[in-house]
Design a protein around this ligand. Sequence first.
Ligand code: NI
Length: 154
Amino acid sequence: MAVRFVVQTGDPVLRQVCEPVKNFNKELWALLDDMKSTVRAESGAGLAAPQIGVPVRAVVIDVEEGFFELINPVIISCKGEQRGPEGCLSVKGKQGTVVRPQKVKAEYRDRHGKKHKLTAEGFFARAVCHELDHLDGKLYIDVAEEVYDLPPEE
Ligand code: NI
């Protein structure tokens, strides 16, 4: 498992519509392992494969509810609305105010290709929406009501 470089906004890989994963093999597992190392090293809530330069439909999410690997994920229903702060490891030093659904249901495959469903609420739902947007080349700064600078890190 290796910590990978996180590409920053302006890099065209962040604007691609990513390809579905077809092979649930060791190459995918190595990618997911690197994504886990990277999101933890960066203290992020999630990371999408294009953020480490690989335009395929895979994300990891690391929240209170647990650590999730979502391959070829699709949101199948949304409910309610929440407005709150959001950041991105590919948009360093900034945060924005983003409206997201309060609750989402999604279908996805695990690293072995098995189908699953999940229900996410609150911050978890926000993370799911944010990471899935990355797979379609979208960033939160495209939809934020406002984007502001964070104070410099100590
Ligand atoms: Ni992001």
